[in-house]
Design a protein around this ligand. Structure first.
Ligand code: FMN
Length: 175
């Protein structure tokens, strides 16, 4: 199983739109099961209050459904202040308090950055890659920075073909 993670809870996120497109493209490329985890669907209050140890059942359910059965992850990560969103680290920290090795050890991750500016979140991908490597996840060295994301849609709001093709080529690295 491959899980795609849309790594923000911002409403109307472009990363989520990219993640949905990646989901469709990956399903065409692989016979493996593909799942999409959208961090905006997680009730973070439920995940958090009052400490990392509370409501572990809620966090564990997400982890057990989307992460433990996956051998590979595809993270779609927007650039927030030159890095990845804090909510992504918060999510990882919360679900890693138990079942750490079944969730992360010896799994593979492919990274895609999304930004409004010119960097395509390359720096944030490097930051996040170092955290994944700390957790014993093998990060595929090539990453895909999607910059000036607002210009990558046609008048119907569909991702333009050249960007779709770049995503499709990149996804071949995880299959
Ligand atoms: C808190 C915040 C910080 C941001 N910082 C940057 C930035 O440092 N560089 C950049 O190019 N875009 C930045 N952006 C714009 C995002 O890259 C843009 O919203 C893009 O669509 C990807 O994020 P999204 O998935 O939330 O839509 C920022 C957006 C937010 C909400």
């Amino acid at each position: 199983m491959i899980t795609i993670i849309s790594s923000t809870n911002r409403l109307e996120s472009k990363s989520l739109k990219v993640a949905k497109e990646a989901f469709l493209l990956l399903k065409e490329l692989t016979d493996k099961q593909v799942r999409l985890l959208d961090l905006s669907e997680i009730n973070f209050e439920n995940l958090n209050t009052p400490s990392y140890q509370s409501n572990l059942k809620y966090a564990n359910n997400i982890r057990d459904e989307f992460l433990i059965p996956a051998q590979q992850f595809v993270f779609i990560i927007p650039e927030y202040n030159g890095s990845f969103p804090g909510i992504l680290k918060y999510f990882i920290d919360t679900i890693s308090t138990t079942g750490f090795s079944e969730t992360f050890h010896n799994k593979k991750a492919l990274l895609i950055g999304v930004s409004q500016g010119r960097a395509g979140n390359l720096r944030g991908l490097t930051h996040f890659a170092s955290i994944l490597m700390h957790m014993n996840v093998t990060v595929i060295p090539q990453s895909l920075p999607l910059s000036t994301i607002d210009n990558k849609w046609d008048e119907k709001g569909t991702l333009i073909d050249s960007t779709k093709k770049r995503i499709q080529k990149h996804l071949q690295l995880i299959n």
